[in-house]
Design a protein around this ligand. Sequence first.
Ligand SMILES: [Zn+2]
Length: 319
Amino acid sequence: MYRKVLTLSFIFVVILLTIGYFLLKNYDKKITSTKITTSFYPLYVATSNILKDTKVEVTPLYSASSGCIHELNLSTDQIVNLNSSKILIINGAGMEDSILDKINQNIKIIDASNSISLLHSIHNEPNNQESNHDTPHSPHYNPHYWLSISNYIQSIINIQKGLLSYEGMSLYSSQIEKNTSSYIDRLNQLKKDSLKKLSPLSSQKLYFLDESFKYFVLDLGVHAVFIPFNFHENSYSPSDLVTVIKAIKQEKIKTLFVSEDITDNLLSTLQKDSDLSIYKLSLLNTPEDSSGSAGLNMTNSYINEYQKNIDTIVKALTP
Ligand SMILES: [Zn+2]
């Protein structure tokens, strides 16, 4: 009798273990098939940090080296790929306006710009019209908010919140919380270190030629002056260029910071007949090696590139 009970108990335990194994296996499969797409590189870096050491697949919609996606359009392959995702993480603030209407309605969209105070864009500002913050298509905002560490941290919190609210992500909730808080700690340290490095320059004026960096200087306690001229997002008119050259002469600007995607043509035009030194800064929107692949150091690229920007500024302005 005792033997019979023992055998029955053994069989019962084996059945339970087998059921448990298959349930777990299916659950795991469900998680790994939760494909997450990020619209462009800064979000790919942020989301990969948040989902580090999980089995969730994160892919960028465009090649990592695409940079901003103001004017990009989706190819047929990219539309198919995007519509097989469960979640799409977007920058918001008008960055994805050219692709938003191609997205399958079943995909959960996480807008990383939620509750971030956006700056108006000089470039797309409509004539004295008040912008409506609630409009999904908002081309008159400057969308480069990730260049401010504080805003970047807020976008990370938004992404984390969006992911945790997604059914099926609960298996990783503690890992996601741990990853997010350790990444935010590193970013806060980056902010502290950058403030310290720049503090000897607080009496100097820093001249910029790209309004994207209006966000970059928000956290840095520097005296920044912006020359209203955007070559980054659109083409520019010759008369705009004349105004810029005039401003450089009038202000007697010796050092100018521009974004790294400035063309060689524009660089030499600006430097013609002047002793102006121009320094390129990263928009933190492409991989460090700009070879097109995300690279092994992808998860650290925001922090590394940010540090390089700070070091470039310090080097340029320290006599
Ligand atoms: Zn841009």
